[in-house]
Design a protein around this ligand. Structure first.
Ligand code: SF4
Length: 490
């Protein structure tokens, strides 16, 4: 922090190095000049197991702290509001000791600036959002791409250093803004080149081209046949489950064969994979089962009387969510004619719907924590990496244990829904700021070259704060933090 003649002081908590006048905040709105001191505006967030999830004790100043935290294993100091190690020559703002079941642990707490980061977004829908590899945009700027779809879900990969730093200023700014809002559980509208517009919000149903998705499909068309074949038997002569990936036909499917389902002479226009399983019956789209069709009969060819087709034969066509269905009866010319769905079959369609889970968006933050910030935890950064890789050091974000990718570096992933609200910030470099905690046994911390002199008790840390102030708050932990998970902490 440097003083200037005009009364402004310099914040050095990120490479932007804002000069900030008294009473103002810097470019990221996270630090301010308060009485000639750079302070962190959001309070340090402490999780306390004794508060219900979401409950919060209002911010207080460390100087007023009455030491009422009680047992150390009931509380966890997160990095939300902690300040940063940047420019990484100094110990992290909080290095706190905790005793858990008689064992001394140290938690190194810092807000990390991530240029190498992004989000993986899982959108529970069969509706076609865009081709694999298609560009995803926010406010017209490219922020990511469509990646390999998963079972019942479309996937997006957003952010990353190429979008943050490798494109235009606007692209970097918009990418950073979209990432931060998604990580903070806000709704973000994304448009996909050649595809749909989708509103994504962690924990909420996706809204695809203005339509809120209600259900995640029960399975692919083939799986749906397998699940319900025996329930249809005796009620209808043929069932086709329309699906963009694998359309199923019960009379030909192995599930039908084993229960002696009779041939019907049906013909499907798609590419036959194996008996009763067809690929590419239509183009992908927003219609039946993630295809572009509105009339399911368009996927049928002529019926073959030599193989069982006959006047009066009944047919159920249904999508993988049960949202769309149609019942037909072959006329004298073997042409399917629509007919009212019998009540008994309605029950089977309802069962498909009942077996669908609610459609949701999931946002996983992913970032590389193997850079210079390690120097805020240890004087020998590679030892921290090795300790994490050996699982001697646990990594968490806002108190939520992170998944650490195998291989080199410390590449982490965490479900943003588990973190307290507004845990993520940004700096205009542009980069995302995420809370990061390393928890390790005290003796291991010493061995990996930790800052033993900087270790403080939780009470002392809250009383004295950091160079960025003493403002803190206590909140109840969510369901997946160190304090609430059933498994052992490390
Ligand atoms: S952008 Fe924020 S963190 Fe960076 S120097 Fe300015 S006030 Fe400090």
């Amino acid at each position: 922090m440097n003083q200037r003649q005009d009364g402004k002081i310099r914040c050095d908590a990120c490479p932007v190095m804002c000069y900030i006048a008294e009473g103002n905040s810097g470019a990221c709105d996270r630090y301010a000049n308060h009485g000639g001191q750079i302070v962190r505006l959001d309070p340090l967030t402490i999780l306390d197991r004794r508060l219900a999830a979401g409950d919060s004790v209002k911010p207080f100043l460390g100087a007023n702290w009455d030491g009422g935290l009680g047992q150390e294993d009931e509380v966890f100091v997160t990095a939300i509001g902690a300040g940063t190690t940047y420019p990484d020559y100094k110990p992290a703002p909080f290095i706190v000791s905790r005793e858990i079941e008689g064992v001394d642990f140290v938690t190194v707490v810092t807000e990390a600036i991530f240029s190498y980061c992004g989000v993986k977004v899982k959108i529970d829908t069969d509706r076609h959002l865009g081709k694999e590899g298609a560009v995803v945009r926010s406010s017209g700027e490219a922020v990511g791409l469509v990646i390999t779809s998963e079972y019942g879900s479309q996937m997006l990969s957003l952010g990353g250093v190429d979008h943050l730093t490798g494109g235009s200023k606007g692209e970097g700014r918009e990418t950073c803004d979209a990432l931060m809002r998604l990580c903070n559980k806000e709704a973000v509208e994304l448009s996909i080149d050649g595809g749909a517009t989708v509103i994504v919000q962690a924990g909420q149903p996706p809204i695809v081209d203005g339509v809120r998705e209600e259900r995640m499909r029960v399975g692919c068309g083939s799986a749906t046949i397998g699940m319900f074949a025996s329930q249809w038997q005796g009620l209808v002569d043929e069932v086709v489950v329309v699906d963009d990936h694998i359309t199923g036909v019960v009379s030909e499917h192995q599930a039908g064969k084993v229960i002696d389902w009779q041939e019907t002479g049906i013909r499907i226009k798609g590419r036959r994979s194996t008996p009763g399983r067809y690929f590419q019956v239509a183009e992908p789209g927003l219609g039946w089962g993630g295809t572009d069709i509105e009339d399911p009969l368009t996927i049928l060819g002529d019926w073959n009387a030599a193989k069982g087709a006959r006047p009066g034969l009944t047919l159920l066509m249904v999508s993988t969510t049960g949202e769309q269905f149609g019942y037909y009866c072959l006329d004298d010319d073997l042409v399917p004619q629509p007919a009212p769905l019998p009540e008994t079959l309605q029950a089977t369609v309802d069962l498909i719907t009942e077996n669908c889970e609610p459609a949701l968006c999931t946002v996983l933050f992913m970032g590389g924590a193997g850079g210079s910030l390690r120097a805020g935890a240890t004087r020998n950064p590679v030892k921290l990496t090795r300790s994490v890789q050996k699982k001697h050091t646990a990594v968490s974000c806002g108190g939520v244990p992170a998944y650490v990718w195998p291989g080199g570096g410390i590449t982490i992933m965490v479900d943003v829904l588990n973190l307290p609200d507004n845990a993520f910030g940004y700096v205009p470099t542009p980069a995302i700021v995420a809370p990061l905690e390393f928890t390790v046994r005290r003796e291991d911390y010493h061995d990996l070259g930790g800052y033993d002199d900087a270790v403080r008790s939780i009470t002392k840390a809250i009383e004295d704060g950091s160079e960025y102030g003493v403002n803190s708050r206590v909140v109840g932990p969510g369901p997946n933090t160190f304090l609430t998970r059933d498994d052992k902490e490390i």
